[in-house]
Design a protein around this ligand. Structure first.
Ligand SMILES: *[C@@H]1O[C@H](CO)[C@@H](O)[C@H](O)[C@H]1NC(C)=O
Ligand SMILES: *[C@@H]1O[C@H](CO)[C@@H](O)[C@H](O)[C@H]1NC(C)=O
Ligand SMILES: *[C@@H]1O[C@H](CO)[C@@H](O)[C@H](O)[C@H]1NC(C)=O
Ligand SMILES: *[C@@H]1O[C@H](CO)[C@@H](O)[C@H](O)[C@H]1NC(C)=O
Length: 125
């Protein structure tokens, strides 16, 4: 009895573990390798309160984030190198997560209405 229940507990644990691994593999595959960039962009989007020209509707699961409007990625490494959304009437604040886009070379958000201060995290760019 004891042996049986112990081994079923182990196989349950193992089952749980493979689910976690599988999920993780699926997540990194669908983010094209870097979930940090993906999460940073989602966070950027979540801080935008007004998007009158709906430029951020393309920021959805149907596309890799490198194909989202205003985003350019490195050809090889598929990391965000440019975030350029000038003159889109965007309102909101700037997410500190943008500081996690470690390959970002150009951040261009002129002529929008971003409130608040530039997060310190952006100093790392
Ligand atoms: C994504 O990028 C971050 C920061 O450069 C790095 O720490 C992380 O290991 C990368 N993850 C993957 C899955 O490439
Ligand atoms: C994803 O973006 C495309 C292009 O902008 C749009 O046509 C589509 O409706 C969007 N899908 C969702 C679920 O928002
Ligand atoms: C600023 O953005 C608006 C659209 O939101 C556009 O109509 C206007 O021409 C832009 N102004 C400049 C100076 O680019
Ligand atoms: C990204 O940046 C935010 C805010 O600066 C931080 O809380 C978060 O832990 C960072 N890392 C990842 C992997 O998102």
């Amino acid at each position: 009895m004891f042996f049986l229940s112990a081994s079923s507990r182990i196989s349950f644990l193992f089952y749980g573990l493979s689910i976690i691994c599988l999920t993780f593999a699926t997540i990194s595959a669908s983010y094209g390798g870097n979930e940090t960039d993906y999460l940073a962009l989602l966070s950027f989007k979540s801080k935008i309160t007004q998007d009158p020209y709906k430029v951020l509707t393309s920021w959805n699961h149907s596309f890799h984030f490198c194909d989202w409007s205003g985003i350019l990625c490195g050809k090889r490494h598929k990391r965000v190198t440019t975030l350029k959304l000038d003159s889109h009437g965007l309102e909101g604040s700037l997410s500190p997560h943008v500081g996690n886009l470690s390959f970002l070379r150009e951040l261009s958000l002129e002529n929008n209405s971003f409130q608040g201060t530039i997060p310190n995290e952006l100093g790392r760019l």
